[in-house]
Ligand binder design. Structure first.
Ligand code: PMV
Length: 338
């Protein structure tokens, strides 16, 4: 099994120099939510997925990274102005990622500004690792292609492979053992009327990380083989629905994919349950609205929060039913990071 460092060395072989080209690098990456999801790795070190997946980026919601070179032994990491505790597992994961890029004579000071709750199933790790890779690329003037940046971001967190580009992004599973064919590519399709509603039921950190949850599911869930077959079909159906702008097929497939994932997780052992009573109450409200004729669907990741999927023409009705919803328009460019 190849290590992350071996892949990074392969990519940057003739680009690593002891002195970075600039003193500072910056990068912004939008968060993404999967419509047909990634769950399970065929290589746990390189975050190579069992299946391809497709996502939509969350407009201005994401992470902005600023990286400076410092004359120190250890990296310093700040999130929204607060210095991270280096003993925490999340910080250690970020430090290990930075270590894999940096020659020993200096360290990095990283300032991250994130405008979504961290580790609540809102794809925060995806945008963090993608923003870090973009900032490192600028700092070192590597000038890497987006596909290569996606490969590097994937080494931090699988779903980060889909946060280098924006809009609809397909993360191709690939088949090479070194993962050089496993990266995100933007789908050349736009859907300006598509709206995403973020409903934060709880911003608390999830109890079981997706890394651990995936491993447990692959090893113990009797439904996992069926999930693999379903998600592959769902991906094709979602791409067709996007192409045909068939919103009901799009929403139905995305919702069914999320429900199938959570059913699979509940049959892992020990069981994985990200759904809270509030999540269920909201699902029932969505189903009742749909019964009454509204084209409203949801998706759910490794946390209790739901993301609503609907079209612009239903915006007012959705806002009335869910007064606290934050609505994002992935294809409207005025949504910039602030
Ligand atoms: O990239 P990770 O390890 O945070 O896993 C992401 C898992 C899901 O969000 C549930 C699904 C996905 O495809 O993003």
């Amino acid at each position: 099994m190849l290590t992350k460092s071996a892949v990074i060395e392969k990519i940057l072989s003739n680009k690593i120099s002891s002195i970075p080209a600039r003193l500072q690098g910056e990068g912004f990456a939008a968060a993404n939510i999967a419509l047909s999801k990634y769950w399970g790795k065929r290589d746990t070190e390189l975050n190579l997925p069992m299946t391809s997946s497709v996502s939509i980026s969350l407009a201005h919601k994401g992470a902005a990274a600023e990286i400076h070179i410092i004359d120190a032994k250890c990296h310093e990491l700040f999130v929204n102005g607060i210095l991270l505790d280096a003993t925490q597992p999340h910080t250690q994961q970020l430090i290990a990622f930075l270590d894999a890029f940096q020659p020993t004579s200096y360290a990095y000071r990283v300032k991250l500004r994130i405008n979504i709750p961290v580790a609540a199933g809102l794809a925060s790790s995806a945008c963090i690792f993608a923003a870090l890779v973009k900032a490192l690329d600028q700092l070192h003037e590597w000038k890497l292609h987006a596909q290569t940046l996606s490969i590097l971001a994937r080494l931090g967190s699988g779903s980060a492979a889909r946060s280098i580009e924006t809009g609809f992004v397909e993360w191709q599973r690939g088949s090479r053992p070194d993962g050089m064919d496993s990266y995100g590519i933007p789908l050349p399709m736009e859907w300006p009327e598509l709206q995403i509603g973020l409903c934060i039921i709880t911003a608390h950190q999830k109890s079981v990380s997706s890394r651990e949850g995936m491993q447990r599911t692959v090893e113990t869930s009797p439904l996992y083989p069926t999930w693999l077959q379903k998600t592959e079909k769902d991906l094709i159906q979602i791409k067709t629905a996007i192409l045909e702008k068939n919103f009901d097929s799009f929403g139905k497939t995305a919702e069914s994919n999320a429900l199938a994932l959570h059913a699979t997780l509940q049959t892992a052992w020990p069981p994985l349950m990200y759904t809270q009573p509030e999540t269920l109450a909201m699902m029932q409200q969505i189903w009742a609205l749909r019964q009454a004729g509204l084209s409203l669907y949801f998706t759910q990741d490794a946390g209790p929060n739901l993301k609503l999927l609907f079209l612009e023409s239903d915006r007012a009705v959705v806002k009335k039913a869910f007064p606290h919803v934050e609505i994002l328009c992935p294809f409207q460019t005025e949504n910039r990071y602030s």
